[in-house]
Write a protein that binds this ligand. Structure first.
Ligand code: HXC
Length: 514
């Protein structure tokens, strides 16, 4: 056959497969506000950059009438391409083909692109839109998931892994995103759960909607399974693009360096923190007052809001910001905020991103609820993550740094490279009120005017300890700085620690308080 004819044949074969599950299924997909798998890849990747592999792969299942069914590309598209010039590996499940369900060949395609990503040392992006394990393929589907989970785990900390939930992600399917670094969800489209409404009704007799069970809001606000929430697919893709600009392609590299730009004049640092230490302020404004162009890319914005995490740049270099949030529960550390911060610090450490910490917290959250929820174990994750991190660690104490909170939030004792404090910093075992009530209790009780004695003792305690100078006199704080000097000092700290190198004792791995 002449080449021309062979090429025509190739085009015909391709175009049949490119139709996916057919017009009806595509229409149903669109009616739900969803793009097709291929459209999603084209929208996310740079124009004409996508090269597809395994287009002609078909399933080889024989049971339950599968021998008579053709599933184009076995319901998943894989390939490589670029996003804003960065090479990435990607897969997108095609819900129009058997509900994007995962059979053996489908899973092998995903495993192939995961192997490529790891070997080529480029970020992996998985777009999930699937009914889960393909029921007709039995244990082969389960084996397929196992292969994916294994690869997610060994790639963890080597290449960035991003999961995008753009449809159902049911049953075993949820565990691959859960093992990746960042999970993106979209309002009304993402549905993530282990057991669906039908099963819940059968087993528990309860009626629940998919949205209430595992919609985008649920995972962004309540479970903490999602890191980014978007109103539609377009917004979601622009978030993914932005995220990638902060990251290196693998753990042997540093993140790309961009042009540096001063923060916007609207974020004047001295005006952000109120004089009255009992008044709250939004710590994100402090971050924006030091970050290049005041750009702060917040992660898990809707979950455990008492701690703020995210990326920004200082002098063009990526920094991972961790900051207590005084406008939310006074910025205390609790179970959820500890998990949120610890995981982020470990991500930064794995990918050579310096950690910049802003401290203002009254300590760990007291109460039976927190104790019973395991605040000891979860809180320990923060200590572990900071101690273990070998990337540059720069800490600025803004105001309160009491008790365990002082130690946990990137203190010198957990090997921060630089610890700075504003003159407003109060570094003590606990707040002056509580401290005076305990240590001067007898004196207060036996005095003629207990209330005025109490107030005097609080002031005495404040004068002695509620400042940064005791810590500075011991070298626990390197310098007490003016708020206006913060960006300059952070810039210098980032530059001077560019080649930081420390050796940890050799071990197979640590045992963090998971
Ligand atoms: C095979 C599936 C499928 C599955 C959907 N389909 N899920 N085929 N295996 N798991 C097929 C449907 O039969 C249908 O085929 C097409 O995909 C579209 O599905 P619909 O149900 O019509 O779509 P919709 O109404 O939008 O509902 C989507 C859904 C629902 C909510 C995802 O399909 C559903 O509940 N599926 C099962 C979800 C689930 O429980 N999965 C867990 C599997 S067990 P036709 O031919 O009619 O178009 C599991 C355990 C693994 O994953 C554990 C590993 C650790």
């Amino acid at each position: 056959m002449p080449l021309e004819k062979k090429i025509k044949e190739l085009h015909e074969k391709r175009s049949r497969i490119l139709l996916g599950g057919g017009e009806e299924a595509i229409g149903k997909q669109k009616a739900m506000g969803k793009r097709t798998a291929r459209e999603r890849i084209m929208a996310l990747l740079d124009k004409d950059s996508f090269i597809e592999y395994d287009l002609f792969v078909e399933h080889d299942a024989r049971d339950f009438g599968m021998d008579k069914k053709s599933l184009p590309s076995d319901g998943v598209i894989i390939g490589t391409g670029t996003i804003l010039g960065t090479q990435v590996a990607i897969f997108a499940q095609d819900f129009t083909v058997a509900g994007g369900s995962l059979g053996l060949m489908h899973s092998r395609k995903i495993a192939k692109i995961m192997d490529h990503a790891l070997k080529l040392r480029i970020p992996l992006i998985g777009i999930n839109d699937s009914g889960g394990a393909r029921i007709q393929e039995g244990v082969n589907s389960l084996a397929g998931y196992g292969e994916i989970f294994f690869r997610n785990t060994i790639s963890s900390g080597v290449i960035p892994q991003i999961s995008v939930i753009l449809g159902p992600c049911a049953g075993g399917a949820v565990y691959s995103p859960a093992l990746t670094d960042f999970v993106f969800v979209v309002d009304n489209i993402s549905k993530m759960f282990i057991t669906g409404p039908e099963v819940i009704k059968t087993v528990l007799g309860e009626e629940v909607s998919m949205e209430d069970l595992g919609g985008a809001k649920v995972h962004s606000e309540i479970t903490g399974n999602a890191h980014f929430y978007a109103r539609n697919e377009e917004e979601c893709f622009s978030q993914i693009k932005q995220l990638l600009t902060f990251l290196p392609s693998d753990n042997t590299q540093k993140p790309p360096v961009y042009e540096s730009a001063d923060p916007l004049p609207s974020y004047v640092i001295e005006k952000i923190v109120p004089d009255d230490p009992t008044l709250p302020y939004d710590v994100r404004d402090v971050i924006k007052s030091v970050a290049d162009n005041s750009d702060f890319f917040e992660i898990m914005e809707l979950y455990a809001k008492n701690i703020v995490i995210g990326f920004g740049r200082i002098g063009g270099r990526t920094a991972g910001f961790v900051a207590n949030q005084p406008i939310e529960m006074a910025g205390v550390l609790d179970v959820d905020s500890s998990d949120k911060a610890a995981r982020f610090i470990r991500f930064c450490d794995a990918f050579n991103i310096p950690v910049v910490t802003f401290v203002d917290l009254p300590g760990y959250m007291p109460g039976i609820d927190q104790e019973h929820s395991g605040v000891i174990r979860h809180g320990a994750k923060v200590l572990y993550a900071y101690s273990e991190a070998t990337v540059p660690k720069i800490t600025v104490i803004l105001r309160k740094a009491y008790g365990g909170g002082y130690i946990a939030m990137g203190s010198r004792h957990l090997r921060a490279d630089f610890v700075f404090a504003w003159p407003t910093a109060e570094i003590a075992v606990m707040g002056p009120e509580g401290a005076a009530n305990i240590i001067f209790r007898k004196e207060i009780m036996s005095s003629d005017d207990p209330e005025s004695t109490r107030r005097k003792k609080v002031e005495e305690y404040k004068a002695k300890f509620a400042n940064p100078y005791v810590a500075a006199s011991k070298g626990y704080v390197d310098a007490v700085i003016e708020p206006a000097e913060t960006r300059k000092i952070l810039l210098h700290s980032m530059e001077v620690s560019e080649n930081k190198m420390i050796q940890m004792p050799p071990k197979k791995h640590g045992i963090p308080p998971f």
